[in-house]
Ligand binder design. Structure first.
Ligand code: C2O
Ligand code: CU
Length: 646
């Protein structure tokens, strides 16, 4: 898909060159051809914007208002048939400027209105054309043209070098130093001042004090991060980074309400590690984000986490230091919180899907019940009639499609929260976000039940789980059915707030893309509200606020948006209100062209990460924060600090 973007840029560049060459070359056939081709591509862009508009006006607004008029104007400025010779230079330059602008300025900067941007571009283009025409008047002089070309090359080169330099991330910085803050429609200067100046009336709270309870823990766990060579039962060898030498890390089974103490020891992971409890809403200081809630634990060091799990359900844990690289190599594990009273009945087993690095590539494998993952079939014997809960964890960057065949089943929980009125499903596939969890429940039939991955970038579909009465049997090919839609699955129930509530703050997160520099690297930037970390405006809230967030994805990529410390209630998708079970999520897959409205109560003071859980995207800046007014962190990020959370 991203190839389309490259084609778009290339076409625009061709059009710009063609406009300029057209004037010098007069009636060359080649020039006409280039103009026609580029104009066709421009029309495709118009169609693309129209499609975006059709899906969601808000996602298309700036494309339609800022870029599209320029594209259309550029096309209309093309020379009339047979009169290339009379086509004025002024017009050509103007067309080139418009086209370039439409391509490289897809969004109006927040401090300018659309009209201001359009006016500036038209004025600049017009002035440039006039000036050049003036210079070229009279007998053609080679020296002048060469000089002009040199000037343009210099301008573009210095602009590029500047963009490269500006994109470099600071060696050390506080995640508080954003400059950009989004108050969600409320600005409260005094509270802001208190946050920025700790000496003001109410001093800012240091989030490193927001720890879990003291006292004698009910459960003590030690997780040691260490390198290990792990051979998978399916034959591959993984040069892994592990917890306690196993892949994935040990499955943690905790009880609701108990005081848990986890000691993280780093034996030999060079860049340091942390532990983040994905989906478990722990106190801010226990959240395990390097450079925000703690320093990364360097080799030889240790860190103690203490918390009391309040939620019952399926979660997972992973390192949040260089998380993209570290999670890929295996610093992850399943985390299940069981009800305080009584054991879980029947078969209750986790299934973690993840793509592990093998050689130069990656191989998708399932870990059943914490066992060493296999890229083939993982089998387990289950007596017919047994109630089964399969806790599916997608621990990978990309969303995957899953299919369960052999028994009617229910999706009993998503992201660690039970669904109400979950009904039996057959022949539907499940689309699980990167980082998301689905609990599948069913009664074991007389025959085999299989869970297959039916949509996956890194596997050939041979990783599967097979439950059968005798623990044997072969998998069969499953044709994926239509995807289950959580917004209409299950039955509606009372929620503490909903679409018609009065919101204290409302935010929009526009997920988009474009080429550019990030930390000195030229790449496809995946932006939030037009910016990358640390420039993405932080969402600022106050304790107790009811917050609404609208996600709009107009990029070509899937973005699983993960908010730490809170669960978001999905209100609507693509403008259609949720009608099924209340759907509380911590990792929401927002697909290209989709929009979601979600709401949450800001009741967990502190500073929280809010990022795309495609950790590659996060490492490339698709990261921001939810900041409570009046809270501050003593930790720093950047190469000089040893803290690089993504
Ligand atoms: Cu699963 Cu910020 O992470
Ligand atoms: Cu993403």
């Amino acid at each position: 898909m991203e190839i389309m973007l490259i084609v778009g840029y290339a076409a625009a560049a061709a059009l710009i060159v063609a406009y300029v060459v057209a004037v010098r070359a007069r009636s060359s056939r080649l020039v006409r051809g280039a103009l026609v081709a580029a104009s066709v591509i421009a029309l495709i862009r118009v169609a693309g914007a129209g499609y975006l508009w059709w899906i969601n006006w808000a996602a298309a607004a700036d494309v339609v208002m800022v870029a599209l008029p320029a594209v259309v104007a550029a096309v209309l400025l093309a020379p009339p048939r047979g009169s290339v010779a009379r086509w004025r230079l002024r017009t050509a330059v103007l067309a080139a400027v418009l086209q370039g602008y439409a391509t490289f300025v897809p969004q109006a900067p927040p401090y300018l209105t659309t009209v201001e941007v359009m006016a500036a571009v038209l004025l600049l283009g017009g002035a440039l054309a006039r000036w050049w025409e003036h210079r070229l008047a009279g007998p053609p002089r080679r020296g002048r043209t060469a000089g002009l070309i040199a000037a343009i090359v210099l301008l573009v080169a210095s602009g590029t070098a500047g963009a490269w330099a500006v994109s470099k991330l600071p060696e050390r910085a506080s995640m508080m130093d954003h400059g950009n803050l989004d108050y969600g429609g409320r600005s409260d200067v005094s509270a802001h001042a208190a946050m920025q100046h700790p000496h003001a009336a109410s001093p800012a709270v240091d989030i490193s004090t927001l720890t879990g309870p003291q006292g004698e823990p009910d459960r003590r766990i030690t997780l040691t991060a260490e390198t290990a060579k792990v051979k998978l039962p399916s034959g591959e060898t993984v040069e892994a980074w592990t917890f306690n030498g196993t892949l994935p890390g040990p499955e943690l089974r905790l009880k609701q309400g108990e005081l848990v103490e986890v000691t993280l020891v780093n034996k030999d992971i060079p860049a340091g590690v942390t532990l983040h409890w994905h989906g478990l809403d722990v106190p801010n200081a226990e959240d395990g984000v390097a450079g925000l809630t703690q320093d990364a634990v360097q080799p030889g060091g240790r860190h103690v986490y203490r918390f009391v799990p309040q939620q019952v359900g399926s979660f997972w844990y992973h390192s949040h230091q260089q998380s993209d690289a570290q999670v890929k190599r295996g610093l992850l594990g399943a985390l299940v919180v069981e009800p305080a009273d009584g054991p879980v009945s029947g078969v209750d087993v986790t299934a973690i899907a993840h793509a592990y690095p093998v050689g130069d590539g990656r191989v998708t494998a399932f870990s059943l019940g914490g066992a060493t993952p296999s890229s083939r079939v993982s089998r387990k014997a289950v007596k017919p009639g047994t109630p089964v809960r399969l806790r599916l964890v997608n621990a990978d960057n990309e969303a995957r499609g899953y299919s369960l065949a052999g028994a009617p089943f229910r999706v009993s929980a998503i992201d660690g929260t039970d669904l109400t009125g979950a009904s039996d499903i057959t022949g539907k596939s499940l689309f699980v976000a990167g980082g998301g969890r689905y609990d599948l429940t069913f009664t074991m039939p007389d025959g085999p039940v299989q869970l297959a991955i039916t949509e996956d970038e890194n596997g050939d579909g041979s990783a599967a789980i097979l439950l059968s009465p005798d623990g044997a049997g072969e998998v069969r090919t499953i044709t994926p059915g239509p995807t289950l839609d959580p917004t209409s699955y299950g039955s509606a129930a009372q929620t503490p707030f909903g679409a018609r509530s009065d919101f204290d703050r409302q935010f929009t997160m526009l997920l988009s893309q474009g080429f550019g520099f990030y930390d000195g690297q030229f790449l496809l930037k995946r932006t939030i509200n037009g910016a990358l970390f640390p420039d993405v405006p932080s969402l600022v809230v106050r304790k107790g606020d009811l917050v609404k967030v609208t996600f709009l994805n107009r990029s070509f990529s899937e973005h699983p948006m993960h908010l730490h410390g809170h669960h978001m209630l999905v209100l609507s998708r693509n403008g259609t209100p949720s009608t099924g079970s209340p759907w509380w999520t911590d990792t929401l897959q927002v697909s290209p062209g989709e929009s979601y409205e979600v709401a949450f109560r800001a009741d967990k003071p502190g500073l929280w990460m809010d990022h795309c859980h495609n950790l590659e995207h996060a490492a490339q800046g698709m990261t921001m924060h939810l900041m409570y007014e009046g809270y501050t962190t003593p930790y720093l990020v950047g190469d000089a600090t040893g803290n690089n959370p993504e």
